[in-house]
Design a protein around this ligand. Sequence first.
Ligand code: AMP
Length: 472
Amino acid sequence: MKFKEYALKNDIKRALSELGFKEPLEVQKIVLPLILDGKDVVVKSQTGSGKTAAFAIPICESIEVEEKYPQAIVIAPTRELALQIAEDINNIGRYRGIKTLVAFGKTLIKDHRDALKRYPHIVVATPGRLKDLVERKFLRVDDLKYLVLDEADELLNLGFEEQLHDILAVLPKKRNTLLFSATMQARIEHIIMDDMNDPVKVDIESEVDIHKKIDQIYYEIEEHKKLDFLKRMLDYEKPTRAIIFANTQNKVQSIYSVMCKWNDETGMLHGGMEQEQRMKMISRFKRGELKYLIATDLASRGLHVRNLSHVINFNLPFEFESYVHRIGRTGRVNETGIAINLCSYKESEKMDELHDFLGYTIERKGPKKRLKPAGVENTKKTRFKADKTMKYEQIKIYAGRQSHLKAGDFMHTITRIPGVTNADLGKIVMHHDYTTVEINRNLADQVMTSLRRLKLKGKSYRIQKITPKWKR
Ligand code: AMP
C-alpha cells in the first residue's frame, strides 16, 4: 500500500511525497498503524531501516498544533542523532507547522528555556539536558502524549541508565512509550517495561540485510602504510562520497591533516570539536561540499547522507556493533554501497572475531600472503612479558577465569585506551575471580580512569590500584 492510500492528513502526505517516500518501509508498515492505534511498542530494528519515520509520521499526524506544551519527547544518545531526528521530524511535520526543539548539553540552558517559551510541539534531547530541563521545570510535561527512546541500547551503553530512571519517574504515566533499539538486551526491557502498557514487540532485523546491500572487503596493511594505501585506493575507487572511520580523535586529526593536502574537499568530525564546528562539518558533508569525512564513531549512528558510496574503516572499531553501524552509513534505502576495511597485523585477530560476530566472512583482497608483523616482538608469546626497564603499577580487576575472560581480553580492552599500546603492558596474571595487570607507571592513572568507563566483553568490573612497594 502506498502512503497516499493511508489515512494520514494531506499535509503529512505532501511532505512524504516531497521527501520521495512513496511507500512505507517494512518497519513503518508494521509500527505506524500500531502507534496510530495508541499502542506502546518495543521495536528491534537496525539503523537505516526507516525507524525514525516509523515514529515521526504517526507523532506528526497526532500532534495537536494549537496546544502549547510539548506533546512528544524523543530521547537520543548523542547530539548528532538528536539533530538528525529533529531534521527528519521537521521534514515530515513541515506542512502541519510542527515545531521541534533540539536540546543537548554544552549549550546554555537559558537558550533552551527561552526556546521552550516558543512552545515547541516536540522536544528531541539527550538524557542529561532533558533531565535538567524537566527538573528545573523549564519543560512542562503535563501534555505529554509520546515518549520515544531511540537507540535505547546505545543510551545504556553510554551509561545513561540512571538519568533515564530519573526522567521516567517525573513524566506523566498516561502516555505512549515507543522504544527503538538495534539490539534488545534484557536490561533495556528492565528499565522501561514497568513504564509501558502491554507493549507490542516488533523484530524486523531480518529485513535489513546489509550483508547483501553492501560489498564488504578488507585489505591487510601494516599500520604505517595505511595512509599511502588509502590515497591509492581512493584514486582507484573514486568514491562519490566517503566516510573514513578511525577510532580516536588523535587518529582522525592525523589522517585529516594528511588528507587535506591531497583533497581540499575533506572534513573531519570528532567529539573534541566545538559543537558549532561539528554541525558545520555535517551540513557541509550532507550538502555535498565535502567529499570525504574523516570521523570517529560519532558519525557511525544516525547520520543520513545520500549517495555515500563508500565507508572506509581505517581501523576496525573497538566494538563490533559499531562495525554494523559504520557500514550502514552507506547502502541506504534503495542504494548499494562499498565498505573497505584496512586491517593491520595487530587487527587481523580482531577480524576473525568480527567474522564470528557477523556470522559471515568479509572477503580479503590484495596479496594472497597473510601479512607478517613488522616487528616480531608483538607476537603472542612475548606480548605480556614485562619490560625490565619499565616501571609498572599493578591494577587489580575483579574479573577472572570464572568470568570466562582470557588474558587477551584484558589486553584488547586496555590497548583501546588512546595512547596505550601493548608495550605499556607488563604481566597479566589471571586468577579465579580477579586478574592483575601491570601498566606503565606513567599511564596507570589514565588507564584507571578509562577502565572505569570501558567494559570487558560487555560487562563492567570493579577495579583497584595495588600500591607498589616503592610507594608504600
Ligand atoms: P533511519 O531512520 O536511520 O532508519 O534511516 C532511514 C533512511 O531511510 C533515511 O535516510 C530516510 O530518509 C529514508 N527513508 C525513511 N523512510 C523511507 C521511505 N518510506 N521511503 C524511502 N526512504 C525512506
